[in-house]
Design a protein around this ligand. Structure first.
Ligand SMILES: NC(=O)c1ccc[n+]([C@@H]2O[C@H](COP(=O)([O-])OP(=O)(O)OC[C@H]3O[C@@H](n4cnc5c(N)ncnc54)[C@H](O)[C@@H]3O)[C@@H](O)[C@H]2O)c1
Length: 345
């Protein structure tokens, strides 16, 4: 197996950790990313990693034939960013995904791993959902993920292996940190205000996974026998990490005991609640166990944020909030309406 890997979205929250892990494991990594979130990225740079600053919608410029695999992360990356302009989410998250996979297959890439999301389960009040359950995608983001999964399955064949990873919501520190994910959000709110403010009554369920655990799993999928994963959907996470938001708050309070937990009971637009069954993933990869449970990861996150002097201003200016950053870039015309950089960018 060649060790030459292309990672799209390599400069993002998951990408920055995954690239480090790939390089540590001896892979030759090229990244493609248009670097929307440069402002929040740590300045330290990895050796042995080549970044192509380009939009994935311009993938035609790139020769994919040298790569054994593509790990496809680039996207407008959560339910709320999907609402900013639903047609852009469709174009970047769905159309581009399909185009990259088709091109990769034509040019001889052997494997394509897609970063899908458990968010497609939406509201699942009755019991625990598995890969065969009815999906309930509530947002343009979730709809684009499911549309991409469906097309990618059609592109897969016995020479082009496609793995579809429906990831849990991620937590943990990353060189390109974001705080619009539930755990990271509550930690930064607590650091900035000494309050763990929960917008709901705390009962919604979320499946969670640490960013390093997820990166190790991507590498397992890279190394897996194609027959084991091809054209298949896997819920990615750990059964013990289906938590209610109030359990998350309590765990964070253990690390920041001076914080007060507050419930505002305003669900806002987010009515998602889902518990996910991960048996298929654990049956297929029994050797993988969780190394970064919530408490341990939160402790590390707090230490890292303190090290980089995370402060109330970072919190107020929403430096680590993807939607706010994109809106700012659009407003200042650094990005044009098509989400391409302008000369001001
Ligand atoms: N973070 C999570 O909890 C989570 C959970 C499930 C699935 N996912 C998926 O994993 C992937 C990565 O998520 P993340 O948390 O790292 O998000 P992120 O926003 O931190 O990173 C996404 C990266 O993609 C890049 N990008 C976006 N549009 C692009 C384009 N048109 N061309 C080139 N680059 C572009 C951005 O610049 C960014 O660096 C996404 O597909 C996301 O939907 C994330």
């Amino acid at each position: 197996m060649s060790k030459n890997i292309l990672v799209t979205g390599s400069e993002g929250y998951i990408g920055s950790v995954l690239v480090e892990e790939l390089v540590k494991n001896g892979y030759l990594v090229t990244g493609i990313d248009n670097c929307y979130f440069e402002e929040s990225r740590d300045r330290s740079r990895l050796k042995n990693y080549r970044l192509i600053k380009e939009d994935i919608r311009k993938i035609d410029k790139l020769d994919l034939s040298p790569y054994f695999a593509v790990i496809h992360l680039a996207a407008l990356s959560n339910d709320i960013t999907g609402d900013i302009q639903p047609e852009k989410t469709f174009e970047i998250n769905y159309l581009s995904t399909v185009r990259i996979a088709q091109k990769a297959k034509r040019e001889g890439v052997k494997k394509f791993l897609f970063s899908s999301s458990c968010s497609i389960y939406g509201i699942a009040k009755n019991g625990i959902v598995d890969e065969t359950s009815r999906i309930n995608p509530l947002t343009p983001y979730a709809k684009a993920k499911i549309a991409a999964e469906t097309e990618l399955k059609k592109i897969a064949d016995n020479i082009f292996c496609v793995g579809l990873l429906r990831n849990s919501t991620v937590y943990g520190y990353s060189p390109n940190f974001r705080n619009d994910l539930v755990v990271n959000n509550l930690v930064t709110v607590a650091l900035a205000t000494k309050k763990i403010t929960i917008m709901s009554d705390g009962t919604p369920w979320r499946p969670l996974i640490d960013v390093l655990d997820l990166s190790r799993i991507f590498i397992k999928f890279l190394e897996a026998n194609p027959a084991q994963i091809n054209s298949q959907v896997f819920n990615i996470g750990f059964n013990e990490n289906n938590l209610q938001v109030r359990n998350i708050a309590e765990k964070i309070k253990e690390e920041l005991p001076q914080s007060v937990i507050i419930y505002t009971h305003q669900h806002g637009n987010d009515v998602r609640t889902y518990r996910v069954n991960f048996h298929k993933f654990h049956r297929s990869f029994p050797e993988i166990s969780q190394q970064w449970p919530l408490g341990k990861s939160v402790k590390k996150m707090i230490a890292k944020l303190n090290e980089k002097n995370f402060n109330t201003m970072d919190f107020r200016t929403e430096k680590y909030t993807r939607l706010a950053v994109l809106n700012r870039l659009l407003k200042s015309k650094a990005l044009d309406k098509e989400f391409y950089w302008t000369s001001h960018g």
